[in-house]
Design a protein around this ligand. Structure first.
Ligand SMILES: Cc1cc2nc3c(=O)[nH]c(=O)nc-3n(C[C@H](O)[C@H](O)[C@H](O)COP(=O)(O)OP(=O)(O)OC[C@H]3O[C@@H](n4cnc5c(N)ncnc54)[C@H](O)[C@@H]3O)c2cc1C
Length: 387
């Protein structure tokens, strides 16, 4: 067993660490949190210059052709600065390129992958609906009917990250109402500029720099060639491409946890009470040690998932565990972090409140912790489905 990074991976880590320290300073990230609903274009361009948006896209389609471990290194470094930064940088890869690489046609690969890799196309994933995100099969109403060479789409999608900036939506729709729901769904690539689309931003508690929206489709005509995968196989095929998204979510959590630990550690070395720095009090040391334990635990599990992915093994159960463990690390780091800062944790000019707000999104998106546990129980432990 070898836990070492390769030389190339160490260089990537160092490159992104330096980028984070120079470009994604605490002041910049604070400014994004307070003023932006997406990462500004100039910063996206700098990230695209590094190859960020195409890290796992094959070189023949304009990407770096690297693996999931390299993706993890980059996502972790960016997430330590801010999960919003990491999300905006990687959303096209996760929700556009990865499904296209998995189930797209050669024509779709040639049309979209180089654009995503160059940072010229932004994407969102439209699965969740107003009536539910956990029970998508029970809640989905967005449907399409075939009209000559088009799918005509009607319906509403809810909580769609980055939709206000997206060029394309990877969208799950009903294409056959007559059959069992999961056998009648298809994935469509929908151009956000199509007539009949309305995007309504939703204000939210955290991760302000990557806004979320309701997306309404009214008689939107989608060319038949924009079918992603096979008609009526969308449930199986699209979901099959989304495991890497759980790795991403784990890394966003890991970044929050590491940033909160760094912040709390520094504060505990400077703040004084009873003539000592507060970091010399055992209970606070234990808080910090507990956070460090959870981070180490989460990092090992996330990188194990990357290794399983890179070596072509199944990792669906492990990545559900990683999602929970990393989220727990970010939760513990944010909660203890708030306690370590005392009253200053509550002040908007200190960053701890941002970690406290940001980690909450990771609890339920893209899948809630409860549902991830259901998945582990059923698919990892062979227990009967509980719902
Ligand atoms: C900020 C944000 C960004 C998002 N981005 C996207 C995106 O880009 N694209 C997209 O498609 N979706 C996105 N989502 C949607 C997200 O995936 C859903 O919110 C999530 O799946 C939960 O769905 P829900 O909110 O409808 O909660 P519900 O499904 O209503 O669940 C409510 C509660 O019931 C629990 N529950 C439900 N069923 C069970 C069960 N069988 N066993 C145990 N507990 C259960 C849940 O765990 C949860 O605690 C985003 C959501 C948010 C808030």
């Amino acid at each position: 067993m070898d836990f070492n990074l390769t030389q190339e991976q160490r260089i990537i880590r160092e490159t992104y660490r330096k980028f984070r320290e120079k470009e994604l300073t605490p002041e910049y990230v604070r400014w994004v949190d307070e003023n932006c609903d997406y990462l500004p274009e100039d910063m996206l361009a700098k990230l695209a210059d590094l190859g960020t948006m195409g890290v796992t896209i094959p070189q023949e389609y304009g990407g770096l052709g690297l693996g999931m471990t390299e993706f993890c290194i980059i996502a972790e470094e960016l997430s330590i600065a801010s999960p919003a930064v990491a999300m905006c940088a990687l959303i096209g890869l996760s929700f556009g390129a990865t499904p296209i690489m998995g189930i797209g046609t050669e024509e779709q690969k040639r049309r979209h992958l180089p654009q995503i890799a160059a940072g010229k196309e932004k994407w969102s994933l439209c699965m969740t609906e107003p009536d539910g995100g956990t029970d998508i099969l029970g809640a989905i109403k967005t449907s399409s009917v075939k009209d000559r060479d088009c799918y005509v789409v009607n319906g509403t999608k809810m909580w769609i990250s980055g939709a206000h900036k997206a060029d394309y939506f990877t969208t799950l729709v009903i294409t056959d109402k007559a059959v069992e729901r999961k056998k009648g769904l298809s994935a469509l690539i929908i151009d956000s500029k199509s007539e009949g689309i309305t995007v309504r931003p939703i204000r939210k508690l955290g991760i302000h720099g990557c806004g979320v929206n309701e997306v309404h489709f009214e008689d939107v005509r989608v060319p038949a060639e924009n079918l992603l995968g096979h008609e009526n196989r969308g449930w199986y095929e699209l979901l099959g491409t989304l495991n890497p998204e759980r790795i991403s979510t784990s890394l966003f959590s890991l970044g929050i946890a590491q940033a909160a630990l760094n912040y709390a550690l520094q504060y505990s070395r400077e703040r004084k009470a009873f003539g000592k720095t507060i970091g010399s009090f055992q209970i606070l040391q234990h808080y910090l040690a507990d956070i460090a334990i959870e981070i180490e635990n989460a990092r090992n599990l996330v990188y194990k998932c990357a290794w399983l992915c890179d070596t072509g093994r199944k990792y669906d159960v492990e990545v559900s565990m990683a999602k929970i463990v990393a989220c727990r690390a970010s939760e513990l780091a944010a909660l203890h972090g708030m306690e370590i800062l005392g009253g200053y944790g509550f002040a908007m000019e200190y960053d701890m409140q941002r970690y406290f707000r940001d980690y909450k999104q990771m609890k339920f998106s893209p899948i809630s912790d409860e549902m991830a546990r259901n998945y582990i129980a059923e698919n990892g432990l062979g227990l009967p489905r509980s719902f």
